[in-house]
Design a protein around this ligand. Structure first.
Ligand code: IPE
Ligand code: IPE
Ligand code: MG
Length: 227
């Protein structure tokens, strides 16, 4: 586990390809989302083993509300069920849970369940797991700008929904797409990107390790000269 030259403090993931995974198996798209939740569980447990301190999962974008109503409600139900079922795993692994995004748009029972899970795990210290729900990077920057202006302040970072969390060192996107799709626009300023063709439901221990190995070989310069 710990033979890697460097381990990122914060890994963020754009979990893409659930629908294509299901289609390739002749299944309903929702089956892909269900299998995708299993990947979240596996990756979270792996992250604890690697000593990673923050993992972030992009689960539902503000733009995803425009999907067919049946898929949106299936996703909301699945998220509610997962949040209710994950308590035990998170407590056992000393994981703190956070939900980030425009939470008011979520169905009330889901809002309540994520609030409860946040409370139940708030003192866990091994890893902080953030699930981005109804999230948009542009929304985050504009809501932060409004709050900052109202406070007469000039430090935008303080008002981002990710305040208190380090920026992601590594952003992984599955399914072969190479775009950010309105994820962490501000916070990704100096993130390393790893793109993999693996579809999210198939992204497990080996794919995660390969991404960490690729990250370990990267030379981060932050605009400076390193030699
Ligand atoms: C990612 O899988 C999950 C969400 C965006 C909710 P997709 O549902 O986007 O799967 P593809 O891209 O259609 O294969
Ligand atoms: C990005 O996936 C959003 C999430 C993973 C939640 P999408 O499937 O929505 O992205 P696009 O539409 O291919 O850019
Ligand atoms: Mg997609």
């Amino acid at each position: 586990m710990n033979d890697l030259k460097k381990i990122p403090l914060h890994v963020a993931m754009i979990m893409d390809g659930n629908g294509r995974w299901a289609a390739a198996k002749g299944k309903d798209r929702v089956e892909g989302h269900i299998e995708g939740v299993r990947s979240i569980r596996v990756i979270t447990e792996e992250a604890v083993k690697y000593g990673i301190r923050y993992v972030s999962f992009f689960a539902f974008s503000e733009e995803n509300w425009a999907r067919p109503e049946g898929e949106v409600s299936a996703l909301m139900n699945l998220m509610l069920k997962s949040v209710q079922e994950e308590v035990e795993t998170l407590v056992r692994n000393n994981v703190r849970f956070k939900a980030i995004g425009n939470r008011e748009r979520l169905p009330l029972p889901l809002q309540t369940a994520i609030g409860d899970l946040e409370k139940m795990t708030e003192f866990n210290t091994a890893l902080t797991m953030s699930v981005f729900l109804s999230y948009s990077g542009k929304w985050d920057i504009s809501q932060a700008a409004l709050k900052m202006a109202a406070a007469g302040d000039d430090d935008l970072e303080k008002y981002l929904s990710t305040r208190g969390m380090p920026d992601p060192d590594l952003i992984i996107r599955t399914s072969g797409e190479q775009r950010i799709s309105n994820f962490l626009l501000w916070q990704a300023a100096y993130s390393e990107f790893v793109f993999t063709d693996t579809l999210w439901p198939d992204f497990r221990e080996d794919g995660f390790r390969a991404a960490l190995e690729e990250y370990a070989g990267r030379d981060r310069r932050y605009g400076k000269v390193n030699y």
